[in-house]
Design a binder for this molecule. Structure first.
Ligand code: SAM
Length: 232
């Protein structure tokens, strides 16, 4: 049920202050993932995306450019609510490396890093968005979050450090098939989770669907060639 306007107006200064405090803590190297999560959860669900953008200082984003190939989905940020589901249901822990396939300006991977302590790597094809991600991580001083420029269909095979792969509908078709085929050898060396939003995956014998977190989220685990499921 929508909150009354008066209540929203009453809460706003507190949320502005908590966003400012969270940003200062990150910039000063005093960030604590559990305190950050508590501050985020203190904000009403419908206002968490705005709060996150305030913390990250994301306002003026470059528009999608000609470097987006045909069939590539333009930048659209994943909602904070879905990212929280990914973190809880994948799950994503501090020991993980979160890989965002089609990372945009680095918003999702930075939030997952801040909420969990996991290292984060993004792959993004649009150079303007890669520059925006580099600005973001430099501004906040986050050495364990990095965005690489390139086509995910040629870079996925190199993502051997990744343990949780996140795909918010960056593309489908042959590119998606290629990414999956390139991740199979990675999955043979270590257990993986694939978290897909609004993206039905073509079936692969090494992938088992383990959870549908709602809101378009599907989580898959990589199973070894024999078919037994890997628990991570
Ligand atoms: C729907 S947005 C998701 C952004 C981000 N993952 C998030 O959840 O906030 C899809 C992103 O995929 C990028 N993209 C599209 N095709 C790509 C490709 N072949 N390789 C890498 N990135 C790609 C787009 O530029 C866009 O930023």
């Amino acid at each position: 049920m929508p909150r009354p306007l008066e209540e929203l107006i009453r809460c706003l200064p507190r949320h502005l202050r908590s966003a400012e405090a969270a940003r200062r803590a990150i910039e000063r190297g005093l960030h604590d993932p559990s305190a950050f999560r508590a501050a985020l959860l203190d904000v009403p669900a419908g206002e968490r995306d705005g709060w996150a953008d305030l913390v990250l200082g994301l306002d003026d984003l470059p528009l999608d450019g000609p470097s987006l190939p045909a069939g590539g989905v333009p930048y659209l940020p994943c909602s904070v609510e879905v990212l929280l589901r990914v973190i809880d249901e994948a799950p994503v822990r501090a020991s993980d490396v979160f890989v965002d396939i089609g990372a945009g300006p680095g918003r999702a991977m930075t939030l997952v890093h801040l909420l969990t302590g996991a290292g984060a790597v993004g792959v993004e094809i649009q150079p303007e968005l890669v520059h925006a991600a580099a600005d973001l991580t430099a501004r906040l001083g986050l050495p364990r979050v990095r965005c690489i420029e390139g086509d995910a269909a040629t870079l996925a095979a190199d993502m051997v450090v990744g343990s949780v792969f996140f795909l918010y509908c960056p593309f489908s078709g042959a590119r998606l098939e290629k990414v999956l085929d390139d991740l199979e050898p990675v999955a043979r060396t270590s257990p993986l989770r694939l978290c897909c939003v609004d993206l039905p995956l073509p079936p692969r014998p090494w992938l088992t669907s383990v959870a549908g977190g709602g809101a378009g989220l599907e989580i898959h685990r990589a199973a070894p060639a024999g078919g037994a499921r890997l628990d991570k």
